[in-house]
Design a protein around this ligand. Structure first.
Ligand code: CUK
Ligand code: CUA
Length: 616
C-alpha cells in the first residue's frame, strides 16, 4: 500500500502530540487579519440585510447539549434551537407530558449527526433525524413544526450509535453503527472475555414515509471493534452502506495507544438489501426482541476493505461511484471505486478473512490515495466533482477533485475542524457555493469568555478556484455534523391546525372547567391574549393535578408560556397547540402562575393563582 511508507512517522508524531496533550499544532495568538478587499468581498457575499432571509437552512447537531441548532446560511445567524434529548425551559421541552415521555427519563443526549430525509437521493425537507450517541436512541424532527415528534430507544443490543444517522436515498432506512462493543445480549462479561463475548452492531431503522415514524428493523452483529461513521450508497452503490472501523486491535484499555497499532483498519461495505432479504428468509436470531443477523451465518452481507489507520469519516460521492475514507491517523483520503469493489466481490478477489468477513483486495478496488493533509476527518462534495476535506491536525480545509485526485487549494481555518458541511452536500446534486467548517476550537476568534471558548463556524465561499473565508460565528458545544438544505424546500406551518378531535383541547372560555375525581384534579384551560381561563385553580394538598392548556390565539408567533412559582413547572403552548402538564400539589400555600412568554402589552397581566389548601 502506498501510504504504508510514509504515514508511520506522522502517526508517531500525532500520538506523541496526543500524549503530550497538545494535538493541535496550530499556533496560539491572533490569526492574520483580512485585507480590506477580502473584507469587502466577504461583506458582499455573506451579509443578509435585516428583514431578508438566508438562502439555506443549516441543521447542526448540538453534541452533548442534546439539541439541534437551526442556522441560516450565509448569515450564520442561529435561528432556533430545537430541543431533542435535553430539557429546555425556554420552550417547556421536557416539562410537559408529551415531551417528558419523549425524553424517557434521560436528561441529556449526545447528538452527533443530523440526517435530512431524502427522495431519490435529494433532501426533500420533510424530516430530520439525529442520533443519541450516549443512550442508544434516535429522534425524528418534523420540519412542518420543527418539533421533535418521536424518540426511539434505548434500543437493546447496541451501544453508542455514533456512526449514525445516515438515510438511504429514499429514506427507506437510516443506519446506526455502534461506537462501542459490548456483550450484545446485555449480559455481564469481564473485559478479559472481550474478544469472544463482545460485539459491535449496525442497526437499521425503517421510516414510515407518511409520518416519518421510526421502527427498529434489524441488527447486524459485527466484530468487537469500534465503528466510527457510516454513509449510505447512492446511484450505482444504492443498497449498500459503508462503515469505518477502528480498534480492530480489539484493545480494551488505553485505546489511545493500543487501538493505534495496526497499520490499517477497515471500511466495511454492507449490502443492506441482502440483509433485508436475510430477515425475510428468516436468517436471524431474536435477541431481546430484536432481529439480529450474524454475517457468519448469512454470508454475502458484509465485506471489508483495508483503510488507512483508524479512519474517521466515510463519504459516498454524489454520483455514488466512489466511497471515500478519511485517514485521521494517516494523511491520506482513500477513494474506492465501487464498480471495482463489486467486481472483486463477484470474483472473490479476497486477500484475507477477518472474523468471517471476507477482505476485498485493496489494490483491486483502490482508485486513489489523495494526500489531503494532516488528520483528515471528513469529506463533503460540491459541484463538478470537487471535494472538501477537513484536516483536524493542520487546521485546514483541502479542496481536491474526483478523478484528478490531488489537492488543488487549501484554506486555513480557526481552528481544528471536525466535520464540514457543503450546501446540499450529501445529495446526488450538491450546490457548491458554500462550505461551513465546524471548527472545534475558537481560541482567539471571539471576545474572550474565560478558559473555555465556544466552537467556531466558518463559512467558506467555494465558488471560485480559491476558497475564501467570508463569515464566522461562535456556536455552543457542539456541532459535530450539519446538513445544509435550500430554504425553499422547507415549508413550516404558521399555526397548529385546530384539532376539534383532541379531547384535551377546548376552544372557548365557556368550555373551560376544573373537574375533580377523588384526589385527581383535571383543568381544561385556555390561554389567549392576555389571560388564562380559569385563572384560579383551587386544589388540596396532595392532589394529583393535570392541566390541559390550549392556546386559542390562532395568530402567527403568539406563543404563551405557563409557569407556576416554586413548583418547578414551565411549559409553552404555541398558536393552536394543546399541551398537558401533570404534577402533585405537594406544597401547600398560594402560588401564582403566569405567562412566561412575552405575548402582548398586557403580558404582565396574564396571570392567575393556584391555591393549595393545606391538609388538616
Ligand atoms: S464525529 Cu465529531 S468531528 Cu461524532 Cu462525526 Cu467527526
Ligand atoms: Cu401570554 Cu405572555
Amino acid at each position: 500500500m502506498k501510504f504504508g511508507k510514509w504515514y508511520v512517522p506522522m502517526v508517531i508524531g500525532i500520538i506523541a502530540g496526543m500524549v503530550a496533550g497538545n494535538i493541535v499544532i496550530q499556533p496560539d495568538g491572533p490569526a492574520p487579519t483580512m485585507s480590506s478587499s477580502q473584507i469587502a468581498s466577504a461583506q458582499n457575499k455573506a451579509f443578509v440585510p435585516p428583514g431578508q432571509h438566508d438562502e439555506y437552512y443549516m441543521f447542526s447537531s448540538g453534541g452533548h447539549s442534546g439539541q439541534m441548532f437551526v442556522i441560516g446560511v450565509p448569515s450564520l445567524r442561529r435561528i432556533r434551537t430545537i430541543p431533542v434529548f435535553s430539557p429546555d425551559s425556554a420552550t417547556g421541552y421536557g416539562y410537559d407530558e408529551r415531551t417528558k415521555e419523549l425524553m424517557g427519563g434521560f436528561t441529556w443526549g449526545d447528538a452527533h449527526h443530523p440526517s435530512l430525509s431524502e427522495t431519490n437521493g435529494d433532501y426533500d425537507g420533510r424530516f430530520v433525524f439525529i442520533n443519541d450517541n450516549a443512550n442508544n436512541r434516535a429522534a425524528m424532527i418534523n420540519l412542518k413544526t420543527f418539533h421533535t415528534e418521536q424518540i426511539i430507544g434505548p434500543i437493546p443490543n447496541i451501544m453508542g450509535p455514533h456512526s449514525a444517522v445516515f438515510v438511504t436515498p429514499n429514506t427507506e432506512y437510516f443506519m446506526m453503527g455502534t461506537r462501542f462493543s459490548v456483550p450484545m445480549d446485555g449480559s455481564y462479561k469481564e473485559l478479559e472475555q472481550y474478544k469472544e463475548s463482545y460485539n459491535g452492531a449496525l442497526q437499521a431503522i425503517s421510516v414510515d414515509q407518511k409520518t416519518g415514524h421510526m421502527t427498529p428493523a434489524w441488527q447486524l452483529k459485527l466484530p468487537p471493534w469500534n465503528f466510527d461513521l457510516s454513509d449510505a450508497g447512492k446511484g450505482p452503490s444504492d443498497g449498500w452502506a459503508f462503515l469505518t472501523t477502528y480498534n480492530t486491535e480489539e484493545a480494551t484499555h488505553l485505546l489511545e495507544v493500543n487501538a493505534s497499532k495496526n497499520e490499517t483498519d477497515y471500511i466495511l461495505a454492507i449490502n443492506w438489501k441482502a440483509a433485508e432479504q436475510a430477515v425475510k428468509d428468516g436468517k436471524f436470531e431474536e435477541v431481546n426482541g430484536q432481529k439480529v443477523i450474524d454475517p457468519e451465518k448469512a454470508p454475502g452481507i458484509v465485506y471489508a476493505v483495508a483503510a488507512a489507520k483508524s479512519p474517521h469519516g466515510v463519504d459516498v460521492t454524489p454520483d455514488g461511484k466512489y466511497f471515500v475514507g478519511n485517514g485521521k491517523l494517516s494523511p491520506i483520503v482513500t477513494a474506492y471505486d465501487f464498480e471495482k469493489f463489486k467486481q472483486a466481490v463477484e470474483n472473490k478477489d479476497f486477500t484475507d478473512e477477518v472474523r468471517g468477513i471476507p477482505v476485498v483486495n485493496y489494490n483491486s478496488v483502490m482508485a486513489a490515495e489523495v494526500e489531503a493533509g494532516l488528520g483528515p476527518l471528513h469529506t463533503q462534495f460540491g459541484t463538478d466533482g470537487y471535494a472538501y476535506t477537513t484536516n483536524f491536525v493542520e487546521s485546514t480545509v483541502a479542496k481536491w477533485k474526483i478523478g484528478e485526485w490531488k489537492v488543488l487549494d487549501k484554506v486555513t481555518v480557526h481552528y481544528s475542524p471536525g466535520h464540514g458541511s457543503a450546501a446540499e452536500g450529501d445529495t446526488v446534486s450538491p450546490d457548491g457555493k458554500y462550505f461551513v467548517a465546524l471548527n472545534k476550537l475558537a481560541k482567539d476568534r471571539h471576545l474572550p469568555v474565560g478558559p473555555s471558548h465556544p466552537e467556531n463556524m466558518q463559512l467558506i465561499d467555494i465558488e471560485g478556484d480559491k476558497m475564501e473565508i467570508i463569515n464566522e460565528a461562535p456556536i455552543d458545544p457542539e456541532p459535530h455534523y450539519a446538513q445544509i438544505i435550500k430554504a425553499d424546500k422547507i415549508n413550516p406551518v404558521k399555526i397548529y391546525e385546530k384539532d376539534e378531535n383532541n379531547p384535551d383541547a377546548i376552544w372557548s372560555e365557556e368550555d373551560a372547567r376544573i373537574e375533580r375525581n377523588g384526589n385527581k384534579v383535571t383543568v381544561y384551560g385556555i390561554a389567549v391574549r392576555s389571560r388564562f381561563y380559569p385563572d384560579e385553580i383551587k386544589v388540596n394538598e396532595g392532589d394529583e393535578v393535570t392541566i390541559h392548556l390550549t392556546n386559542i390565539d390562532l395568530d402567527q408567533d403568539i406563543t404563551h408560556g405557563f409557569g407556576i412559582n416554586l413548583y418547578d413547572i414551565n411549559f409553552e403552548v404555541q398558536p393552536g397547540q394543546t399541551n398537558t402538564i401533570k404534577f402533585k400539589a405537594d406544597k401547600p400555600g398560594v402560588f401564582p402562575f403566569y405567562c412566561t412568554n412575552f405575548c402582548s402589552a398586557l403580558h404582565q397581566e396574564m396571570q392567575g393563582y393556584m391555591l393549595v389548601k393545606p391538609k388538616e
